[in-house]
Design a protein around this ligand. Structure first.
Ligand code: NAD
Length: 491
């Protein structure tokens, strides 16, 4: 792959950025520089927004049944290019090809759901709210909206928002993570072939300066953000101060509870996939496993063996089960946090620091790591590591486990492994997290459900995907209407 300078896509055309700064896009498995990404200045956000404002005037008048035809075309194009896109995701993000294909599938499913917009955005009608008076509610698009995305799902995450926004008649800006901009570059080549009118969907590459320009632009009516909680909090506050609609999905520290009656073989396999899949760089990764009573010994032994045997390497290779973490800084941060865990008194049962992976000496790898007896009050019990590190804790009862879950500042996901229906019901009823798994390790909502983070994991009210997205990207208009009989012509 040549080390090209990536372009923005504005008003239906590819444009070279005037950015004075650019950043290398690096393959985390090999440290090869794949491309340079421009850190676009505010003037390019301005240009893209102006195009989107202009396009909105006609796009909102296109019947929803016609608008979704562009999405049907995009779905076909995404499916036809799935192998190429998956390869790109793996090259710039590090996850395995299987994980990349799975991610893309989730993106496509959001296009499919958004194709139902003629039904999803229907209004409501009440006849005779008073004598001869009717009242109805319609949903109208907002105008221009924007997504600011993180590095860990370069294809999927913009699709939690964009298909719904444009299907509802809005026009759109996507700002991908500057660490993984190649996937959106490729997807925008397909958007370019999907017959959207110019200006309906725009791509602006960049980092903080670009984001700040989005936050400050008076014509951008709504912002969807996914990323770390400190940035989520900042975006939420700034967007709200500037009078925008905003939804911000943040970080996580997800607990899984293992009861003694769980199927230990299945539980171990599923928890390992959750903790170490995508090298732990998933907001729905299990990062604390809490064993209850007699589950401790069996689970500890089994998870340590599974972690130690996981094949780590370049995600492009068929037998590899786990790829690298995103950057050298990330690797250093994860290794430092493992040390913090050890300093706090946890035992490093499986140590994945500084792995030697033949032929990939420049890559940013941490192998699966298991910390035993993580202290409840320590830093490791509360800090998002965002790497392949699973902390183990132990309690005596399910009530203690639920208390642990609910004491956490995070609320993205909590899971229970059990064969008891009553325990499962108690857990899903009482656990304070927005996505719950019962014998599931990555409780990722399908496109027709909202992605329901809580607490420090989400700032806002309406989540991404599904009916929530339709609500977020439309404003309701209520009409109260009287047509006196005497005004009617007599036929
Ligand atoms: P990040 O917060 O560093 O970056 C996210 C986006 O914000 C990027 O587009 C980046 O350019 C921009 N950004 C970064 N710093 C900024 C600043 N100071 N001002 C303005 N914009 C800024 O997140 P990341 O490292 O790319 O992604 C990992 C994080 O995302 C993890 O915390 C993970 O849990 C979280 N995440 C959450 C979900 C969810 O659904 N809750 C999903 C995926 C990832």
């Amino acid at each position: 792959m040549s080390e090209s300078l990536l372009k923005n896509y504005i008003n239906g055309e590819w444009q070279l950025s005037s950015a004075s700064e650019q950043q290398p896009v690096v393959n985390p498995a090999t440290a090869e520089v794949l491309a340079q990404v421009p850190l676009s200045p505010a003037s390019e956000v301005e240009q893209a927004t102006a195009a989107a404002v202009q396009a909105f005037q006609t796009w909102r008048r296109v019947p929803p049944t016609e608008r979704v035809q562009c999405l049907f075309r995009l779905k076909d194009l995404l499916e036809a290019a799935a192998d190429d896109i998956a390869r790109l995701i793996t090259q710039e993000c590090g996850k395995t090809l299987k994980e990349s294909r799975g991610e893309l599938q989730r993106a496509i499913e959001n296009v499919e759901v958004a194709c139902g917009i003629p039904t999803l955005m229907q209004g409501t009608y009440s006849e005779d709210i008073a004598r001869g008076i009717d009242e109805f509610m319609v949903r109208q698009p907002l105008g221009v909206a924007a997504a600011i995305a993180p590095f860990n799902f370069p294809a999927m995450i913009p699709f939690w928002f964009m298909p719904y926004a444009i299907a509802c008649g809005n026009t759109y800006l996507v700002k991908p993570s500057e660490k993984v901009p190649l996937t959106m570059q490729k997807i925008f080549e397909l958007i370019d072939q999907s017959d959207f009118p110019p200006g309906v969907v725009n791509l602006v590459n960049g980092a903080k300066e670009t984001v700040d320009a989005i936050l400050q632009h008076p014509d951008i009516r709504a912002i969807s953000f996914v990323g770390s909680s400190p940035v989520a909090r900042y975006i939420y506050a700034q967007a709200a101060a500037n009078g925008k609609r905003v939804q911000c999905q943040g970080g996580a520290k997800n607990p899984v509870i293992v009861l003694p009656d769980a199927d230990m073989e299945m539980t171990t396999r599923i928890v390992a996939d959750s903790a170490f899949g995508c090298a732990g760089q998933r907001c729905l990764a299990a990062s604390l496993a809490v064993t209850v009573g007699a589950a401790r010994a069996d689970f500890t032994e089994a998870i340590a063996a599974t972690a130690a045997s996981r094949i780590t390497g370049n995600g492009l290779e068929a037998d590899v089960q786990m790829g690298p973490v995103i950057t050298a800084q990330s690797q250093a941060r994860i290794e430092a946090l493992i040390q913090t865990g050890a300093d706090e008194g946890a035992k490093v049962l499986v140590d994945g620091r500084q792995p030697a992976i033949a032929g990939l000496e420049q890559g940013h790898f941490v192998r699966p790591t298991v910390l035993q007896d993580v202290p409840t009050e320590g830093e490791i019990a509360r800090t998002e590591i965002f790497g392949p590190v699973l902390g183990l804790m132990h309690v005596s009862t399910i009530d203690e486990a639920i208390t642990l879950v609910n004491q956490s500042p995070w609320g993205n996901m909590a899971c229970l492994f059990t064969s008891s229906g009553a325990a499962a019901r108690k857990f899903r009823y009482e656990a304070e997290a927005g996505n719950i798994g019962i014998n599931i390790g990555v409780a990722a909502p399908m496109a027709f459900f909202p992605f329901s983070g809580w607490k420090e994991s989400f700032f806002g009210d309406l989540h991404g995907q599904s009916a929530h997205a339709v609500e977020f990207f439309t404003q309701t208009k209520v009409v109260v209407e009287r047509w006196p009989k005497e005004w009617s012509r007599q036929f």
